[in-house]
Design a binder for this molecule. Structure first.
Ligand code: ATP
Ligand code: MG
Length: 257
């Protein structure tokens, strides 16, 4: 199982859109066995897959009370089936805030290795685990980074994005002690067709401190609608521009992993 984290410390850049879309394409369309892990207390990817429950079990229990850390839960019992047969999910909700506080207080060596330990239980059961991260580098996200094979960093083209990407490059370097093979790749999102955007795009691609996916995901009104309708984009629209782009992203991912 390859663990792909989708992360950026900027809000609203398309992390959840990306996580939900690539999970759908890899699982429902390409018939891989996919596990989604929701690592954001907002629970947005859980909502898109119809399993959000503010009082339900999921990621908080996985990190706070897994059997590998002496608790009561196995990974298996925290996983839920979605309506798509090849896609299962560990949901999240607001209790992840409590998880972050608790993990900060336990000064144990395993405090950022808990996600990794919990994933060991299911490594042979899935081809991919896609993790939708929240925007803070909190204990939950640190646990994810300690386990990830690849970090996809969605970035809107322009504005303050470049600063956020540089921060990620630096932070991942500090993670090499826990996860020496971790890699990151920037995915340009919400691309518009005008001269300024194209110039900024080529400038962002020319930086040497990080790699970019060749595909950039186009901005599409249909993508926004899919969020309002609480559906993964490719399930909502099989053929809109952004869905096609995410298919190309998945092809790049498969080649790479
Ligand atoms: N390609 C796209 N075209 C148009 N709108 C998009 C596209 N991708 C994402 N959006 C919209 O942008 C908004 C933010 O996207 P999303 O929720 O995926 O970002 P996020 O990075 O997960 O945000 P947060 O930091 O709150 O978790 C949503 O309303 C979504 O519908
Ligand atoms: Mg999100």
């Amino acid at each position: 199982m390859k663990i792909i984290a989708v992360m950026n410390q900027k809000g609203g850049v398309g992390k959840t859109m990306t996580s939900a879309a690539i999970a759908y394409i890899l699982g429902e369309e390409m018939k891989n066995r996919v596990l989604i892990a929701d690592a954001d207390q907002q629970g947005n990817v859980s909502m898109l897959y119809g399993v959000y429950d503010p009082e339900g079990l999921g990621m908080p229990e996985l990190l706070e009370a897994h059997q590998a850390a002496g608790g009561a839960y196995s990974t298996k019992e925290l996983i839920q089936q979605t309506t798509y047969s090849n896609i299962q999910i560990i949901p999240a909700n607001g209790y992840l805030m409590r998880t972050n506080a608790e993990l900060l207080l336990v000064e144990r060596e395993d405090q950022i290795l808990r996600f990794s330990a919990a994933m060991n239980e299911v490594r042979t059961k899935y081809d991919y685990c896609i993790v939708d991260c929240g925007l803070l580098l909190d204990m939950t996200v640190m646990n994810v980074l300690a386990a990830a094979d690849l970090v996809i960093v969605p970035a809107k083209i322009g504005g303050f994005e470049i600063g956020a990407i540089n921060n990620m490059v630096e932070q991942l370097e500090t993670f090499r002690d826990f996860n020496e093979d971790i890699r990151m790749k920037v995915l340009l999102t919400m691309k518009q067709k005008n001269k300024t955007t194209l110039q900024v795009e080529s400038w962002m691609r020319d930086k040497e401190s990080y790699e970019c996916f060749e595909t950039a995901v186009r901005r599409s009104v249909v993508a926004e609608k899919s969020t309002m309708e609480r559906a993964p984009l490719p399930a909502f629209s099989r053929n809109c521009a952004a869905t096609k782009d995410y298919r190309a992203v998945c092809q790049e991912l498969i080649k790479e992993l």
